[in-house]
Design a protein around this ligand. Structure first.
Ligand SMILES: Nc1ncnc2c1ncn2[C@@H]1O[C@H](COP(=O)(O)OP(=O)(O)OP(=O)(O)O)[C@@H](O)[C@H]1O
Ligand SMILES: [Mg+2]
Length: 486
């Protein structure tokens, strides 16, 4: 143990604000049952240890920290005389686990008044019974609220995550399934064709020429960027269909759209015609149309599966499941993943405009919780705009703002009426019908932004232009803050 006993002077103890208005015999009891100790810089007690003592700072400087994940996060640093720490819930007895809920260390030689937990509890109950009743009510009341809030918080996150994801994954997954079964059909068709070719009258060198054309065609399909306007595409389709008809290829118009989609034109058909024997042209063109179709289908499968894997990456980024809770984060990236997760909820009647400052530095933050804030603010903006018939716009803006990073969510909804503006951040305040809103979204967001990130959350609102503004410190004052890897 680091502490060194010192004399306890009643006169000094009596001047602590905690012990104001106590009678001289009460101060005498404090000094008799308690003690004064000095500590050299270093730990005084550790989070999780049995809470045996209540500490009041007489002089020096202390730091309180809590373990979050595997990080020690500083929650308070003070050199104010009279600040206290330790077993301050001793009066709740065995209804709560009596362990220290944070760690105390001193950063310079410091002197404390130290009271054993049992004495502290006994004194509280004897001297201030009414205060103990009130504190009990407050403690258990807050605890219940926090449990409800915490559950709701997790549910909100899970709910929006799974709703957004299912919706978003559905399209590419269905497209990949469709393309795969079409591909299977085309490949079977090619196998049959190959059988016909093998038994056909083709010369070896014309087959070689065909295979050569096929290779070049596949290459062109891979590079084709479908950037023709609908008008250009239909012109080109007509030209291809005419060309095929001129060559006596029946149903040429059915193959034309596929060729156009692959970026092929009549010049390409001319080259095919030059490469193969005259009688074999139709067979060759049909064979190449299979090639083109399978290439296009494989492109489609590639796009859909790439989209699926991008969504899964975004879901991971959004949920921060396998990440450290406190780390250096790119806010624009967090916003992108949240918007992607919520895109199903945002719906087609709302236009999303991103005005990001791409030069923003990364900031130390709890990214999973910030995503929760964005989710709540976007959810509110979306439901405000849903109440109107017209198309709405959600503007997500990031900027640097006087030593802070600003994230602003603007909506074109009806706005927050002035008479409720100072109540919307209260827990359980909602204007939504029973069963729809719990009124916790802004309360949760406030706690995350203000309490956890030492930032600021404000609203400015007139009908048609409502902005919720989150300001986060660019750098942390926490000595445990994660640093950008250099
Ligand atoms: N963008 C907005 N435009 C208009 N009113 C808003 C907006 N955001 C919040 N409000 C008002 O603030 C109230 C409280 O918002 P809060 O997010 O805390 O709860 P909620 O959205 O009602 O419920 P939930 O717990 O589901 O989020 C809302 O009911 C609404 O009246
Ligand atoms: Mg809400």
């Amino acid at each position: 143990m680091n502490g060194r006993p010192m004399p306890c002077r009643q006169q000094e103890i009596g001047t602590l604000f905690l012990f104001e208005k106590l009678a001289p015999d009460q101060i005498a009891r404090l000094c008799r049952d308690g003690r004064v100790e000095t500590f050299e810089p270093g730990p005084v007690y550790q989070e999780g240890d049995p809470a045996t003592c209540f500490y009041v700072l007489l002089e020096g400087a202390l730091v309180l920290s809590r373990r979050i994940g595997n990080l020690d996060v500083e929650v308070n640093r003070s050199s104010s005389r009279g600040v206290y720490a330790g077993a301050f819930q001793a009066y709740l007895g065995d209804r709560v686990e009596q362990v220290y809920n944070n760690s105390l260390r001193v950063v310079e030689p410091s002197r404390f008044f130290v009271l054993p937990a049992e004495t502290f509890a006994a004194i509280m109950r004897e001297w201030f019974p009414m205060a103990v009743h009130l504190l009990e009510g407050l403690f258990f009341g807050t605890k219940n609220t926090q449990e409800a809030v915490g559950q709701r918080e997790r549910l909100l996150a899970l709910g929006s995550l799974s709703a957004g994801l299912t919706h978003e994954l559905n399209n590419p997954a269905a497209a990949a399934v469709r393309a795969t079964s079409a591909l299977r059909e085309r490949v079977a068709g090619m196998r049959h064709k190959l059988g016909a070719i093998a038994t056909g009258p083709y010369r070896r060198d014309s087959l070689e020429a065909l295979i050569e054309v096929q290779e070049r065609t596949a290459e062109r399909v891979a590079k084709a960027a479908g950037n023709l306007s609908p008008l250009e595409a239909s012109d080109r389709e007509d030209a291809l269909a005419d060309w095929l008809e001129d060559q006596g290829i029946a149903d040429g118009w059915q193959m034309a759209p596929t060729f156009v989609q692959a970026g092929l034109d009549t010049d390409w058909l001319d080259r095919v015609a030059a490469a193969v024997d005259e009688g074999a042209l139709e067979g060759a063109v049909r064979w190449l149309s299979y090639t083109v179709e399978t290439e296009l289908l494989m492109n489609e499968i590639e796009d859909s599966t790439a989209r699926i894997s991008a969504l899964v990456t975004a879901a991971k980024q959004y949920s921060q499941l396998d990440r450290a809770p406190y780390q250096v984060a790119d806010v624009n990236e967090l916003l992108d993943s949240t918007l992607l997760m919520l895109s199903g909820k945002i719906g087609p009647h709302i236009t999303v405009v991103k005005e990001y400052d791409r030069t923003l530095p990364k900031i130390p933050a709890y990214p999973g919780e910030l995503n929760q804030v964005w989710t709540n603010l976007i959810d509110n903006a979306v439901s405000a705009m849903r109440s109107m018939d017209t198309q709405g716009t959600l503007t997500v803006r990031t900027a640097r703002d006087d030593g802070h990073l600003l994230v602003e969510f603007g909506d074109t909804g009806p706005g927050v009426p002035a008479e409720i503006r100072d109540r919307i951040f209260d827990p359980f305040f909602t204007t939504k019908p029973v069963g729809e809103g719990t009124g916790l979204g802004l309360d949760i967001s406030w706690r995350i932004v203000v309490n956890k990130h030492h930032g600021d959350l404000r609203v400015r609102s007139v009908p048609g232009d409502t902005r919720f503004q989150v300001r986060l410190p660019l750098t942390s004052t926490d000595s445990n803050a994660p640093q950008e890897p250099s």
